[in-house]
Design a binder for this molecule. Structure first.
Ligand code: DX5
Ligand code: ZN
Length: 219
């Protein structure tokens, strides 16, 4: 069985029934919960912030993977630690002093990751990768769920896999955007370790069964 991790994105869940969605995820084969924080400035959409993350933490039995799509993310690292984030990822495009940002996240006791927009080259990670626990490759332009996977992302994942393996690094590769039961094998074959899926899970009739399919059909 493939050992990859699955992180359902709550962006597409039923927010009116958040507690039952989290209970479903607790009972599922999902590994992490992926939380998308959007500010309406860095991305053209607004989602939720610290109070909601805090509530999710209260019920979740799984690690919270918090994806910050906000400008000046460093201002909120302490807050998200307090709210229960286990993994905090920041966009390369939002951090002027990326090494400082990554160091601060780790000092606060969280795992630290860097996110790349679809147009941002993995070559730019050369001087930061050794400090990262994870790199998140965006396979759609961030801001919305339910978009189409950008196929060029597969080349980026493969190139990053090579960079990480050449360093014998344990840095994980996460992929976010347009991941589905139709394309996840290809994405894993390219070298991904963690898959985020929103619509592909929550827009189905039975999310629990869909998660099971994601985790068990790859044998
Ligand atoms: C998009 C978010 C994603 C989103 C993925 O900006 O970062 O996490 O929820 O949704 P799907 O899987 O529907 O593309
Ligand atoms: Zn995300």
């Amino acid at each position: 069985m493939n050992k990859y991790l699955l992180a359902p994105s709550l962006l597409s869940c039923d927010f009116a029934n958040l507690e039952s969605e989290i209970t479903m995820l607790n009972n599922s084969l999902a590994d992490w919960l992926h939380l998308d924080i959007m500010d309406g400035v860095f991305v053209p959409n607004i989602t939720f912030g610290q109070p909601i993350v805090k509530q999710i933490k209260k019920y979740s039995q799984k690690p919270l993977d918090v994806h910050l799509m906000i400008v000046e993310p460093d201002r909120y690292f302490d807050d998200f630690k307090q709210c229960g984030a286990d993994i905090l990822t920041v966009h390369y495009e939002t951090c002027t002093h990326l090494n400082r940002s990554i160091t601060k996240i780790k000092e606060l006791g969280m795992k630290a990751g860097v996110v790349l927009n679809p147009h941002t080259s993995v070559d730019l990670l050369e001087n930061i990768i050794e400090y990262c626990d994870m790199i998140l490759i965006m396979s759609v332009n961030p801001g919305f769920g339910g978009q189409k996977f950008i196929s060029n992302s597969l080349f980026k994942i493969a190139k990053l896999r090579d960079m990480i393996d050449r360093r014998s690094s344990k840095c994980l590769i996460e992929v976010d955007g347009g991941v589905s039961l139709d394309n996840y094998r290809q994405i894993l074959d390219a070298g991904a370790d963690v898959l985020v899926a929103g619509n592909a899970i929550f827009a189905t009739d039975n999310s629990l069964q869909t998660i099971e399919r994601f985790k068990t059909e790859l044998i």
